[in-house]
Design a protein around this ligand. Sequence first.
Ligand SMILES: Cc1cc2nc3c(=O)[nH]c(=O)nc-3n(C[C@H](O)[C@H](O)[C@H](O)COP(=O)(O)OP(=O)(O)OC[C@H]3O[C@@H](n4cnc5c(N)ncnc54)[C@H](O)[C@@H]3O)c2cc1C
Length: 417
Amino acid sequence: MKVLIAGGGIAGLVLALKLRRLGIESEVFETTQHMRPLGVGINLLPHAVAVIESLGLREAVAARAIETSALHYYNAFGQPIWQEPRGLAAGYPVPQFSVHRGEFQMLLFEEVQRLCGESAVRLGHSFVSLEQSDDEVVATFARPDGSTVQARGDLLVGADGIHSAVRRFYYPDEAPPRFAQRMLWRGVTEAPPYLDGRTMFMAGHQDQKFVCYPISEPLRREGRSRINWIAELRVPGGTPPRSDWNKVVDKSVFAGRFADWRWDWIDVPAVIDGAPAIYEFPLVDRDTLPRWSFGRVTLMGDAAHPMYPVGSNGSAQAILDADYFAECMGLLQQGRFSSPAHALLEYEADRLPKTTGIVLRNRLNGPEQVMQIAHERAPGGFAHIDDVVPRAELEEIAARYKRVAGFDIERLRARAA
Ligand SMILES: Cc1cc2nc3c(=O)[nH]c(=O)nc-3n(C[C@H](O)[C@H](O)[C@H](O)COP(=O)(O)OP(=O)(O)OC[C@H]3O[C@@H](n4cnc5c(N)ncnc54)[C@H](O)[C@@H]3O)c2cc1C
């Protein structure tokens, strides 16, 4: 059994590691010619961390990442709406990590190379097309010099991100990503810690929002913080720029709107000022698909279900996809499916509806709807949140999203037991 994986991002690399544990060979084809630690912060929710733990990488991630202790929501005046403990502090059997995406990807990349060999990840290989027969799939990859390379395997997984070429192969007429009329500006700033140095917070509402979380354990140990932040604004209509994770812009585009967001525990303009580079990214997703699996080929992660970065689920769901795909391969090895294609249908039957629910709920602001509700009921602020939104309503929203996204504490405790 050999699995070809298009895309060496979070999903593709976790999948390679999961398959290796089953003794299944894989080959990852990554368009990038040189693996570099790109991106800013991501959150790994506890159910994804459980998968990372199963790969023996929990300690390695913990050495780099912040063990997130709490999540706080505020309105645009810095008044508290909702606060909840996270990860171990909330009683989960595993932590929630906030980590630099690129550092995490490099850790996975090096682990794949260590365990599967230097040639297990083929850099500078962009998926172009495929053919499949009853016995195999043959994929074609383009090289930077214009030549092409063919690879043969039993299965092909398209884990090639939001602009997936594997997805385009099956959905050639699909529209570009759906723009939410909101832009995101992302940066990383070194600064003194705010609150306990481990807390993620969001402030504002769906038209104007600021998100912050620290992402470096080594810096925390020095009494400093490496703060990942995202400023978000609704922007006038028109075609969005192509979503390029590495597009750098000047802060003057957005920073003025946050100029008076200075509260006694955080100075938002200073956080923005301190970033050496600011990356612009449109808030986009794609309409959900009716199917991901086509014979010996399937989709995974952002290629399958790109979603708004709401509720910290993008990376987590990609990791859960890889985990369940590997589980299906284990069942295939035990003869529980009639064919590899059957295993891919089971993978899809489980993961497609779950992730569809998250994509759609993230369009409704997911758990962040508490900020929108508070804003709509009290646009000028409030003396106390209880006067505006009853606690039971806030609790219900937080609990419902955790169930939908699969990280309600009961489920994780049961799985760990
Ligand atoms: C450079 C970069 C920076 C990012 N920064 C952030 C961030 O700061 N915050 C955040 O929340 N999310 C970020 N993301 C997205 C985040 O990694 C994903 O939403 C999430 O982790 C799901 O992972 P994925 O593996 O499905 O997709 P990705 O992590 O996007 O990985 C997809 C991989 O496929 C590769 N690829 C693309 N086309 C092809 C092709 N034709 N053939 C072969 N390989 C191909 C890409 O180079 C990439 O390595 C970033 C993604 C990228 C690629």
